[in-house]
Design a protein. Structure first.
Lengths: 120, 144
């Protein structure tokens, strides 16, 4: 079960972040955070397909993480799922067409390594 | 650069920093509260479903945790509207640093040397990425 939960967690987490990032960047920069702006944002989340599917994937990622913690050690789960930082940087370049500079690669690698050590 | 353009960039930087702080704060405190609340919940497999739902709805720490997780989700989604995914994710990884500090000072957990080393590495990673423009394909843009 561990590997199935892990696969669901990494797949859903990656797809979720990619789709929400793509969907949100297509809607223009948000600048109104008053009640009206927030209502507009919530309506956008529920009506814009990319963001909605991405949010559902992120929810599945969250639940699979909880399930994963019930069958595996935290010291195994967190470093493996932290590899997502590098995977998402790669997909941000490949799928979203972002320019990922060496500083960002370096940052993603340092964060992944650091998250693995934080558990001790 | 004109004063108006300078002011626009400063406002964008300020908004970006406020949202980084909001994402980090809501995620780490939300996780802490949910962890704290779940320790006080009955065993799911041994409790009737309706009683469990009642426990969930009356657990103030869990409800506060859920509210903070919603704030985190909305703040992160908002950041995606002006910043790259490869910027937002590493920068908001400062959540791990803040969580470690919260557990050290509020839960009085001991933080080992290796853990401090991990925190230092994450901090370097965050600094590396925070120095890049929020959208890298544009030449003239806002740095975090």
């Amino acid at each position: 079960m561990t590997w199935i939960y892990l696969l669901i967690n990494i797949t859903c987490g990656t797809i979720g972040d990619l789709l929400t990032a793509k969907g949100m960047s297509q809607g223009g920069e948000l600048s109104d955070f008053g009640p009206r702006g927030l209502l507009r944002l919530i309506r956008y989340i529920f009506t814009y397909r990319l963001v909605l599917i991405g949010t559902i994937c992120n929810a599945l990622c969250f639940f699979s993480f909880m399930a994963l913690l019930s069958v595996a050690e935290v010291s195994f789960v967190v470093p493996v799922t932290a590899l997502g930082y590098v995977l998402k940087a790669f997909l941000a370049k490949w799928y979203l067409g972002e320019h990922v500079s060496w500083r960002r690669w370096m940052g993603a690698c340092l964060v992944t390594l650091g998250v693995s050590l934080v558990l001790f | 650069m004109s004063i108006e353009a300078d002011l626009t960039i400063r406002n964008a930087q300020l908004k970006n920093r406020i949202f980084i702080a909001l994402v980090v704060f809501s995620n780490s405190v939300g996780n802490l509260l949910m962890g704290f609340a779940m320790e006080r919940m009955p065993d799911f497999s041994r409790t009737p479903f309706l009683s469990y739902v009642l426990f969930v709805c009356t657990n103030i720490w869990l409800l506060l945790g859920v509210v903070l997780m919603i704030v985190y989700m909305i703040a992160q989604l908002s950041m995606f509207s002006w910043a790259d995914l490869s910027y937002v994710l590493p920068v908001t990884a400062s959540t791990y640093i803040f969580s470690a500090l919260l557990s050290r000072f509020f839960l009085h957990e001991t933080v080992s040397t290796v853990r401090w080393l991990g925190i230092a590495l994450i901090s370097f990673g965050v600094i590396f990425v925070a120095e890049t423009p929020v959208r890298e394909e544009e030449t003239e843009n806002v740095t975090g």
